[in-house]
Design a protein around this ligand. Structure first.
Ligand SMILES: [Ca+2]
Ligand SMILES: [Ca+2]
Length: 180
């Protein structure tokens, strides 16, 4: 967790940098603990980069394999006044699976597909799922929050679930900036 690292550094320089930093950042990154170790796709980190044209989200896992039976949902909050996500990008994590961006139905993907420019794919060699979503998909709102959920049915008896940063909890707001 970057902000905590900066705080524990405790130097006058680090504190000055924190005070000077804007309330919103265009980049967000948080580590997630080894709390779903029954699955290879235990989430280890969530990253979001909100550029001028795209929102780029990366979900990192312990080990991502082509044979994975797990899936991932990336939730996007574009309206803080309405509880829960406005959009959900859902995808499988194994080979041959597809992805879709829909309007959210609570903390689930809904039936209403969003027709816009986006792409997502698991990168098995790098243990990361990467989604690029055009800002046009969510009316180019200036700031978004993200959350990610992994569900693995691997063992058949009960699903292994992992959230980042936590269940139904959001990242810090990520304002659109330069890059991506
Ligand atoms: Ca985890
Ligand atoms: Ca919302």
């Amino acid at each position: 967790m970057r902000s905590r690292t900066a705080l524990t550094a405790g130097t006058a320089l680090a504190l000055a940098a924190l005070v000077a930093a804007p309330a919103h950042a265009e980049f967000y990154s948080i580590d997630d603990p080894a709390d779903a170790t029954a699955s290879l796709t235990d989430i280890v980190a969530l990253e979001a980069n909100h550029g001028t044209d795209n929102l780029l989200v990366k979900v990192r896992f312990t080990e991502l394999m082509r044979s994975s039976a797990a899936s991932v949902s990336v939730f996007i909050d574009t309206d803080r006044d309405v509880a829960g996500p406005e959009y959900v990008l859902s995808s499988g994590l194994g080979d041959g699976t597809d992805y879709v961006l829909t309007k959210a139905d609570g903390w689930r993907g809904g039936d209403q597909r969003v027709d816009c420019d986006y792409a997502a794919r698991p990168r098995w060699g790098r243990d990361v799922f990467r989604a690029r979503i055009s800002r046009a998909c969510f009316d180019r709102v200036p700031s978004v929050r993200v959350s990610a959920k992994m569900v693995d049915q691997a063992d058949g008896s009960h699903p292994v679930i992992d959230w980042a940063p936590k269940r139904h909890r959001w990242s810090l707001p990520v304002a659109s900036g330069l890059g991506v």
